[in-house]
Design a protein around this ligand. Sequence first.
Ligand code: UDP
Ligand code: MG
Length: 216
Amino acid sequence: MEDKPLISVLIPVLNEQESLPELQQRLHNTLEDIKKPYEIIYINDGSTDMTQHLLEDFRKQNDKVKIIEFNRNYGQHMALFAGFERAKGEIVITIDADLQNPPEEIPKLVEKSEEGYEVVGTYRKKRKDSIFRKIPSYIVNRITAKLVGVKLRDYGCMLRAYRRNIVDYMNMCPESSSFIPALANTFAKKIVEIEVAHEERKKGTSKYSVFRLLRL
Ligand code: UDP
Ligand code: MG
């Protein structure tokens, strides 16, 4: 019997073959260092490159790796919802696959969760994105804050942690929102935002056009 994981890490992946090997290595090191039971759930959101092949290799090397494979591209937030349903951890962490969120920040999020915060958001200290990526984000931040009534500095940063009770709530209403940080904040009483580093996307390209972002 494997241990029930304390930490579930969810990673939506669309055509990230260039980033995945380094991501898996750094995640593995970070999570092993925490010394608590964990699982890594990759959600392959309809990739057409070598992503699936790489993920299967990771699973062969580490039985804590799980894969959800979509038949086509459904989008990052749908992918995360599939991950939430599958996740068994008490603390569920979401992170992008492209290494813009350093996996080494995960222990900070775990620590905050364990202090009792139901949602741990992060904001990017020095956001390393182009102006064309930042302006739509600014608009999304402002609109979301208004709609949800919770002001966060950075709704777009997907390195986040959720406690089990919040994940259970979200699993009850997958249709009601396609924007997970906003949904989570409608349930949570104790929310905190911590500062994390942000890297440039070194490999591959952003999967969001201005149009897709505004639709979100
Ligand atoms: N992603 C996904 N499905 C999509 C678009 C993106 O699973 O339809 C993943 C992508 O592989 C990455 C994360 O979601 O792990 C964030 O995407 P990206 O880095 O392109 O967005 P940005 O950093 O520009 O917000
Ligand atoms: Mg990115």
